[in-house]
Design a binder for this molecule. Structure first.
Ligand code: DCP
Ligand code: CA
Ligand code: CA
Length: 367
């Protein structure tokens, strides 16, 4: 088998970068995104922060009051998490990635594996240019930066990606992989937590290199067959897991910026009809029916809103999207006095239409 070329892309300081994207003037200030519990003004935890805030020792998971204290005297800005908005940005980038890979496996809102073996003809030299091209394309279209790790498998791509952030690009060729892993502590491997680290330390195993040389039979005795073999292979940079789609997309959406801020329904619908054309194309390609239509808007004061309607029957036609988008906007404009700056349309609640004929055939086929 030809060697594989696998990439892991991980968006830089993602939630905070999204906030910078819609408020460009804050880019050179410390930015903190928090989950506010609502008990008191400052109770809650830091979700993430930009790299300027990290210089002040602000970390994910830290209580917000502590982050505030560390940033005292600076012009830091704090935001409340807005998952709807981050998902929209993420969806747009994943859609771009899809065009660059034979298969795409999204692992979280800000991470995806791309199998690009065919696209770069198995060459790690070509992979460097290819990765730069993907970065530039996303920068151009969405204006978000991210870090890429490239390796012969998912394991190496992931560890390569973690080794230099932000806006990094680390390429580990197959012949370099074992030496790259060797000096790292064992807990850098997926599945090696606190307990396993302690147990391995008792056995004299500290680094991945130690683990690679350790007798595989003995590992199986201590950790069981499956885990023992996995540790042995992983430490030796062996990982044959394919890059796999994680099932169907849960929604298809598009957003766009209006030429000017407005409350004019016709002007808004002109834009959403454009977005709908695009959504409809994808829905048709994937042969999906949807049960929910949603609209999304960012107002002049940069607050964002969504509204949804659930259909009585699953639908798959363009008119249903347009008609529901229209009535959602009509209703929304009646409730708000602000002007609209960006708009989005989303369909979700998918089912896949399978012709009856085919269901029967596959039922009777035995291969
Ligand atoms: N996140 C969170 N709470 C945490 C860790 C992360 O809410 N304890 C959220 C916010 C992050 C997003 O998940 O933006 C992605 O997590 P990452 O670990 O990839 O961290 P970032 O993208 O923020 O930063 P980095 O540049 O280090 O990847
Ligand atoms: Ca990230
Ligand atoms: Ca991540």
């Amino acid at each position: 088998m030809q060697n594989r070329v696998i990439m892991l892309a991980d968006f830089d300081y993602f939630f905070a970068q999204c906030e910078e994207l819609r408020n460009p003037s804050i880019k050179d200030r410390p930015v903190v995104v928090g989950v506010y519990s609502g008990r008191t003004e400052d109770s809650g935890a830091v979700s993430t922060s930009n790299y300027i805030a990290r210089k002040y020792d602000v970390k994910s998971g830290m209580p917000l009051f502590l982050a505030k204290r560390k940033l005292e005297g600076t012009d830091a800005v704090f935001f409340r998490v807005d998952h709807g908005y981050y998902d929209q940005i993420s969806d747009r980038i994943m859609e771009i990635f899809r065009g660059y890979a034979s298969s795409l496996e999204q692992v979280s809102v800000d991470e995806a594996y791309l199998d690009v073996t065919e696209q770069v003809e198995g060459s790690f030299e070509k992979a460097r240019d290819y990765a730069q091209k993907i970065k530039a394309d996303v920068k151009n279209q969405v204006d978000i930066s991210f870090t890429i790790g490239v390796g012969p498998n998912k394991l190496i791509a992931k560890i390569a990606c973690d080794s230099q952030k932000p806006d990094g690009l680390t390429i580990i060729k197959p012949e370099e992989a074992a030496a790259f892993l060797a000096p790292l502590p064992v807990d850098r491997l997926l599945g090696v937590g606190k307990k396993t680290t302690a147990r391995m330390e008792q056995m004299g195993i500290k680094t991945i290199g130690d683990l690679a040389k350790y007798d595989c039979q003995r590992l199986i005795e201590v950790f069981g067959k499956a885990l023992g073999i996995y540790f042995h292979n992983a430490a030796n940079a062996v990982d044959n897991e394919p890059v796999q789609e994680q099932g169907e997309a849960e929604s298809i959406s598009r957003i766009g910026t209006l030429k000017q801020d407005t409350r004019d329904l016709a002007f808004i619908l002109q834009k959403t009809d454009e977005l709908t054309e695009d959504i409809y194309r994808e829905v048709t390609e994937k042969n999906l029916s949807f049960k929910t239509v949603s609209i999304y808007m960012v107002m002049t004061d940069l607050s964002s809103k969504t509204r949804s309607v659930t259909l009585e029957q699953p639908a798959k036609d363009k008119e249903t999207i347009k008609r529901n988008t229209r009535s959602l906007f009509e209703k929304f404009l009646g409730e708000s006095t602000l002007e609209v700056r960006r708009v989005g349309v989303k369909v979700s609640g998918f089912s896949r239409e399978e012709p009856r004929q085919r269901q029967l055939t596959s039922f009777f086929s035995t291969e």
